[in-house]
Write a protein that binds this ligand. Structure first.
Ligand code: FES
Length: 162
């Protein structure tokens, strides 16, 4: 059962979401900004939030779900404190991004798209982040790491584990 205090926090989040929906209702191109705000509020986009957005904007739920799954920026699962984005663009792929993914999955004990149990890291793939000269590349929040080898992964993760 949800604690009363948690319930009121959720109510406030839904209230804010409704405000955002009302600002964009009936305007073209409103879905993405609404989903972006919803993700900031809830941390991810669970089914109940998708339904609220679809009903609020009077769009089919399938359209909302389609947009969420198309853009890697949106998440259907709770995300960790730090999102690790491994670039799987062509330059990074050619330079061995797959071995970086393998090293991360092994070290974090999760698969691509999942989050660690302690809620610290989520592992996602990204498209080209515009740093092809540094391939292979990964990002953690605003930080960019390039010319990676699998051996560098443990030291990079350590910086965020404190
Ligand atoms: S392909 Fe990875 S940064 Fe461009």
């Amino acid at each position: 059962m949800t604690e009363p205090c948690c319930q009121s926090i959720m109510d406030q989040k839904y209230q804010k979401l409704d405000d955002v929906i009302n600002q964009h209702k009936g305007k073209p191109g409103g879905l993405i900004p609404v989903l972006h705000q919803a993700q900031l509020l809830f941390g991810y986009l669970p089914k109940d939030v998708q339904i609220r957005v679809a009903e609020g904007l009077e769009l089919p739920l399938s359209e909302v779900y389609g947009v969420i799954t198309f853009y890697s920026l949106f998440s259907l699962k709770p995300r960790g404190k730090y999102t690790i984005g491994v670039c799987l663009g062509t330059a990074c792929y050619v330079k061995g991004a797959a071995t970086i993914v393998e090293a991360l999955e092994k070290k974090l004990q999760i698969k691509m798209g999942d989050s660690t149990e302690d809620g610290l890291f989520s592992l996602l793939m990204t498209r080209c982040v515009g740093a092809c000269g540094l391939a292979p590349v990964l990002t953690i929040g605003e930080d960019v790491y390039g010319r990676l080898t699998p051996e560098m992964i443990p030291d990079i993760l350590k910086r965020y584990e404190v």
